[in-house]
Design a protein around this ligand. Structure first.
Ligand code: 5GP
Length: 180
């Protein structure tokens, strides 16, 4: 289970871990936000309507869900169960609210938090990424401050100041967990 503020490089790091560790699968969440540049239906998220999200909650189809930056995101029960039953290791990318819920659901969850060296670095990365407008960047920075307060409750914190180093650290930490 991996968290970290938007723009901390989670996506890039998780992709590197998935490539390096073939037994690992990524849980694809459902979300009510619209696809951004680079998003692929069923690969980055399942993009669904508010009504479909309500139905999933009602049918108990979500292991956890939370509202993040004004949209809802949730982990699909079926997907988690199918992956674990197939004997594969699963990586969940959730915000800290999701982490709190998952922690109560299973006690064998290993949690990793990714941070940037400073808020200035985070701001620059969000601006450079160019996928969010100014208002959305400000919202993400406020959310990042909040999210950072939760970092000490994670098993490991990885500082992404050097991408290659952070990739190796993440791969090392995950591979230690999946060999147990
Ligand atoms: P983004 O819109 O940038 O893809 O994601 C925004 C935030 O939502 C990120 O912090 C991400 O970790 C979180 N998120 C993505 N999927 C889920 C999910 O299924 N549950 C929860 N609780 N958070 C999620």
């Amino acid at each position: 289970m991996i968290s970290g503020p938007s723009g901390a490089g989670k996506g890039t790091l998780v992709s590197a871990a998935l490539e390096a560790l073939p037994s690992l699968s990524l849980s694809i969440s459902a979300t009510t936000r619209s696809p951004r540049q680079g998003d692929i239906e069923g690969k980055t998220y399942y993009f669904i309507t508010d009504e479909q999200f309500d139905n999933l909650i009602e049918e108990r189809g979500l292991l956890e869900w939370a509202e993040v930056h004004g949209f809802r995101y949730g982990t699909l029960v079926d997907q988690v169960n199918n992956t674990l039953e197939a004997g594969r290791d699963l990586i969940l990318e959730l915000d800290f609210q999701g982490f709190e819920q998952i922690k109560n659901y299973r006690d064998d969850v290993f949690s990793i938090f990714i941070v940037t060296p400073s808020m200035d670095v985070l701001r620059r990365r969000l601006e450079r990424r160019g996928t969010d407008n100014l208002e959305s960047i400000e919202e993400r920075l406020i959310a990042a401050e909040l999210e950072m307060q939760a970092k000490d409750s994670y098993n490991v914190v990885i500082v992404n100041d050097n991408l290659e180093k952070a990739k190796q650290e993440l791969i090392h930490v995950i591979s230690q967990q999946i060999r147990q």
